[in-house]
Design a protein around this ligand. Structure first.
Ligand code: FE2
Length: 358
């Protein structure tokens, strides 16, 4: 199934992607999914961690020092196979951390799933004495598999895997596509479903969830001090913007989400979910000012209607992401692999549309 076909499916599923902003952001504790209990197959306490693979710590691309008492120190890791930025975000006061959008390695030709990338990050966490409080996803990625569940398992089994609340819409769209029809298919997957503008603490830092739909309907960003983790709601200025032909994707929503980002104070740093550099080294961030002036698709003054028309026409000629089907089957279940069949075998499914009945 092409991503365009998926879009048609999503339209039939009547997505609700409205942007909601509460007038008085609330401070709350994590919303633990009703009925959630730690997986009995893994340790249930951070004090009794699962023994780790002995691997060298991953080398961050950069350590971005905290510029003030409200902003985290950010360690940035580039996963080259899928051009994905992974973030370890640290409160410098307490050494408490969150992990954002970690990658699970997958080779579609051999079918091999491996944890080399994740193990490097876990080793980095250990070597630096960090205490991970949350594993956070910005959205249901269609181009790489999340290592969220592996992190949870390796970190003791009770670190919540968090995502925006509209992931349930994405799950409802894709459950029938991939035969995830069992009533319990999404039990014990995500632990926290963030509400729009929900706030939570990372050590002494305040974090806010920002709903940034457009690329996908569930997409959120995370605002911590002067750092914003944007996922795919905006890309570096010369790359511009992400596609919107995912089910529930919407160019108008993406434009509005980006305007919301561009309305932030000019020195805020936007840390993106991917980078696709041409004639330069990879980078993971730019300031709001740089985006306002230089974003290739939506710099200040860009006409909304023209952007929408251009974005739609561009997406119409893009091929499906290379890891689309494996990614979605794993990512809508918070990084859990598909249920095994009755003989214990593990498969990814590829929905097929054939012009002929053979
Ligand atoms: Fe994405």
């Amino acid at each position: 199934m092409s991503i365009s076909a998926n879009r048609a499916l999503a339209n039939a599923a009547s997505y609700h992607c409205g942007i909601k902003h509460s007038t008085s952001p609330s401070v709350s504790q994590p919303v633990i999914k009703r009925g959630y209990t730690a997986d009995t197959a893994v340790q249930t306490s951070t004090s009794t961690k699962t023994p780790r693979k002995e691997v060298p710590p991953a080398e961050p691309w950069r350590r971005h020092a905290s510029p003030d008492e409200h902003t985290p120190t950010v360690f940035t890791f580039f996963e080259k196979a899928t051009s994905t930025w992974q973030y370890i975000v640290v409160d410098p006061h307490t050494q408490e951390a969150v992990v954002i959008d970690p990658v699970l390695d997958f080779d579609p030709n051999s079918g091999n799933i491996s944890t080399q990338t994740a193990d490097g990050l876990l080793s980095f966490i250990d070597h630096n004495g960090l205490t991970v409080r949350r594993i956070m996803e910005t959205h249901a990625h269609a181009d790489h598999l999340t290592a969220a569940q592996y992190f949870k398992q390796q970190l003791g089994g009770d670190i919540p895997v968090c995502i925006g609340q509209r992931i349930t819409q994405v799950q409802q769209t894709f459950a029938p596509v991939y035969g995830l029809d069992q009533p319990d298919a999404f039990d014990k997957t995500f632990d926290v479903y963030f509400k729009d503008d929900e706030e939570f603490k990372l050590g002494e830092l305040s974090c806010r969830v920002i709903h940034l739909p457009g690329h996908t309907p569930d997409h959120v960003g995370y605002l911590i001090g002067k750092a914003v983790f944007t996922g795919d709601s905006i890309f570096n200025p010369d790359v511009g913007t992400a596609r919107v032909d995912f089910p529930g994707g919407n160019a108008e929503h993406l434009y509005k989400s980006m305007q919301r980002l561009l309305s932030l104070p000019e020195d805020y740093r936007l840390f993106v979910g991917h980078d696709y550099p041409k004639n330069r080294d990879q980078t993971c961030w730019s300031t709001v000012t740089e985006q306002r002036v230089r974003n290739a698709h939506i710099k200040l003054g860009t006409d909304e209607a023209q952007f929408i028309e251009w974005r739609k026409s561009r997406d119409a000629v893009l091929g499906a992401p290379r890891l689309l089907h494996p990614s979605l089957q794993v990512n809508i279940r918070a990084g859990k692999l598909p249920p095994k069949d009755e003989k214990g075998r593990l498969f990814f499914k590829i929905p097929v549309k054939s012009e002929v009945d053979l």
